[in-house]
Design a protein around this ligand. Structure first.
Ligand code: DGJ
Length: 712
């Protein structure tokens, strides 16, 4: 490369990425709002932060896209690798930088340690979301052990002082946490072997006090379903970096001559206020990640799990199917319990044959009953798992991941199959596709209910191979089952990431269907992922995971935030509940198509007890705002909710879409006028002054609709 500084730029709709080469490796000089067309490398470098106090380094080497110790970088390098303990340090230099459309490819070479690196940086113009991924090729005659290879390294502006991440556990996913960025490293490392409940691979960094509407923020996400590390590191120079990549177990990535490894994509965007980045991530997922079928009308699911658990029998299922159809279900999903030996959760996983002791005529009578109602049929699988008490395990104990000499701890009485073994994936492919073809299955709920611990092939670690083998298996199944929809479920929401969602396109967000707890789970999910892929079901009056009793209105309003469905025993609904549920079902059906492409807003409220969000259609003709009182309000007046995303110049009719005004009335000495009689006003006033909320008792919810006033 020439020694003259060089510059490359990628432009989106409202963002610019500027890559500058003035040292050994290019750096991302700017990533943020759009810069003028004529910005030159000289004008950028004139503003370069070059000042340095005594006592540090002799030469300033700014944070590059591939930081390394040879540029005197003393924090997490992009690469940590060696050859049997030798060649631990590298000096990669730029060989070429190529731009093709929106893709910039930087090639780096280290002639001494014989390593080649390609960094691929893409800016998706219409969403303003960028992706970065790195490929490493071992060109030497000896093996290269890779301990860490960053998917990307981003320079973080110094005024970014806060880091927000999402964590959880079974039944309480995606809870939001915030901490200060200060000297040292924040390291979110996931070792669960699946995306996990514990740590989401998504992160928000931002200026002090950033919130939904304001603050300078960076959203980032690692598109990967296995072990990972997200690192934010600040040095005493106050330089801050953000890095993410696969967390390798010891010896897991050893490259022979000519072999290569590619990282998953690091997805990122810098914007003003979290809502802007949320909306960009939703656009990016809709246009570039999710399967095509997610753009189709999203059907209403009825799932058998909480209605029957393992108590399958034909007659019970017939009546459940009839009742689900009666409240408007369009797809019936037969959950866990249909296959050989699966009478409880301690046996059968792996034996993917219909249990004829329960279904003497196979699943055909069930499928026929579902189809008689015009519904689609879905079936539950947990393909990557095996119970020791199964025919499969008895025949092939060596198919389970294990480490010789150490007993693998069971979780939910099960072990994990090594899907990277050809014979394992061939078996799963054959079983799943045979059943899909036999019963013309429309949809699979693909579950995964345990972590990968001691994930070895006997001797060597296999955890990083498992997600790749899963993606290959999913792609292979889909190649022969066109039109099949697959959902990603993992004990609820333990596998929610943009890599698995390329093949799946819907998630079971959580096993917790208590609408109050689910509101914060959904809020965390929706910060990064769009609503139409979020499985959201109306559960039982008494939530099975928490014992909380809630009204049907609250359950339905919270389920309307995503792909609406039922996780309840519809046979036991009383006649009034059936009528109520039918109202919300109709509401979903009438609005789901625009909701699937809507612009989503999270709305800060005056009270921590209230969670509010909204969806506005592309033309700004209609909007739904969902307001949930998670606990009691401290104030005796709830105040106004300032709406978002409307057209200020347009007149809107505002009405209560939920039919629960009678439930709210006893708590309101005075009820806001619009709750009982529609009002019409401008988008400007609705956004500046807001809608006066009714007094909402704990665990209540309201759904507010705004409809463009039709000109007479
Ligand atoms: C965990 C899932 O999250 C549930 O919805 C259900 O499918 C069970 N597994 C079945 O075992």
């Amino acid at each position: 490369m020439s020694t003259q500084p060089a510059i490359w730029r990628l432009d989106g709709t409202s963002t610019t990425l500027m890559v500058v080469q003035d040292h050994d490796v290019p750096r991302l000089f700017w990533s943020g709002s759009q810069l003028a067309e004529d910005v030159s490398v000289e004008s950028l470098l004139a503003l370069d932060d070059t000042a340095l106090a005594f006592g540090t380094r002799d030469k300033v080497t700014p944070l590059s896209l591939f930081p390394q110790a040879s540029s005197s970088y003393v924090a997490s390098p992009a690469l940590s690798a060696h050859r049997s303990g030798k060649q631990f340090a590298h000096r990669l230099n730029t060989q070429s930088v190529d731009v093709e459309g929106q893709v910039l490819t930087i090639t780096l070479v280290d002639k001494n340690t014989e390593i080649k690196i390609e960094i691929i940086l893409t800016l998706h113009a219409e969403s303003d979301v960028a992706t970065m991924a790195t490929r490493l090729i071992n060109t030497a005659e000896t093996d290269l052990t890779v301990d860490w290879l960053a998917a990307g390294t981003l320079p973080v502006p110094r005024h970014f002082r806060e880091c927000q991440t999402q964590h959880g556990r079974w039944g309480l996913e995606n809870q939001t946490y915030r901490r200060d960025i200060t000297l040292g490293r924040i390291d979110i490392s996931n070792l669960h072997g699946r995306t996990s409940h514990e740590h989401s691979p998504s992160m928000v960094l931002g200026s002090t006090g950033f919130c939904e509407d304001s603050g300078d923020v960076i959203f980032s996400h690692l598109a990967w379903s296995g072990n990972f590390s997200l690192r934010v590191e600040q040095l005493s120079t106050n330089e801050i970096s953000l890095q993410c990549g696969v967390h390798y177990l010891p010896g897991e990535c050893i490259l022979k001559t000519g072999e290569e490894v590619s990282t998953p994509a690091m997805v990122f965007s810098r914007g003003q206020g979290m809502n802007q980045c949320t909306q960009r991530f939703h656009r990016y997922m809709r246009s570039s990640v999710l399967p095509e079928w997610t753009r189709n009308t999203r059907p209403i699911h009825a799932n058998s799990w909480e209605a029957l658990y393992f108590n399958h029998d034909e007659e019970a299922l017939f009546s459940l199917i009839d009742a689900a159809a009666g409240v408007g279900a369009e797809r019936f999903v037969l959950d866990d319990g249909w296959f050989l030996h699966r009478r409880t959760d301690n046996a059968g996983l792996g034996d993917w044959y219909v249990d004829e002791t329960v279904y003497p005529n196979g699943l055909q009578p069930i499928v026929d009953r579902v189809r008689q109602h015009g519904m689609q049929f879905g079936l539950w699988f947990e393909p990557e798992m095996v119970n020791p008490d199964s025919d499969l395990y008895r025949a092939h104990p060596d198919w389970a991941l294990h480490v010789n000499g150490i007993d693998t701890p069971l979780a939910r009485n099960q072990l994990v199959l090594d899907v990277s073994k050809e014979e394992v994936s061939d078996y799963l492919f054959e079983r799943i596709t045979s059943l899909v073809h036999e019963y013309a299955i429309d949809y699979i709920k693909w579950d995964q209910n345990r972590d990968l611990v001691l994930a070895g092939d006997g001797n060597s670690a296999q955890a990083a191979e498992q997600p790749k083998a899963l993606y290959r298996l999913l792609a292979r199944i889909l190649s022969v089952c066109p039109g099949l929809e697959i959902e990603s479920c993992a004990s609820g929401g333990a596998r929610i990431d943009m890599a698995v969602l390329e093949h799946t396109g819907r998630v079971w967000t959580s096993d917790n269907i208590d609408p109050i707890e689910r509101s914060s789970i959904q809020q965390g999910f929706l910060r990064f992922m769009p609503p139409e892929i979020m499985g959201a079901h109306v559960g039982h009056k008494t939530a099975h995971l928490t014992g909380r009793v809630t009204s049907l209105h609250t359950r339905a309003i919270v389920a309307l935030q995503g792909q609406f469905g039922f996780e309840l025993d519809a046979r036991r609904l009383d006649p009034q509940d059936v009528i109520t549920l039918q109202h919300y079902t109709q509401l979903y059906k009438a609005n789901r198509d625009w909701l699937s492409n809507a612009t989503y807003w999270q709305i800060p409220t005056d009270s921590p007890a209230i969670l509010a969000s909204g969806n506005v259609d592309a033309e700004k003709d209609k909007a739904f705002f969902s307001i949930v009182a998670c606990s009691n309000l401290k104030a005796s007046k709830p105040g106004n909710l300032r709406l978002r995303g409307l057209d200020p110049a347009m007149n809107y009719t505002v009405k209560l879409e939920s039919i629960n005004v009678a439930d709210l009335a006893p708590f309101n000495a005075i009820m806001p006028h619009w709750c009982e009689n529609e009002v019409t006003t401008t988008g400007d006033l609705l956004m500046k002054i807001g809608v006066p909320l009714p007094v909402m008792p704990p665990q209540s919810a309201v759904l507010v609709g705004c409809h463009k006033e039709l000109v007479q």
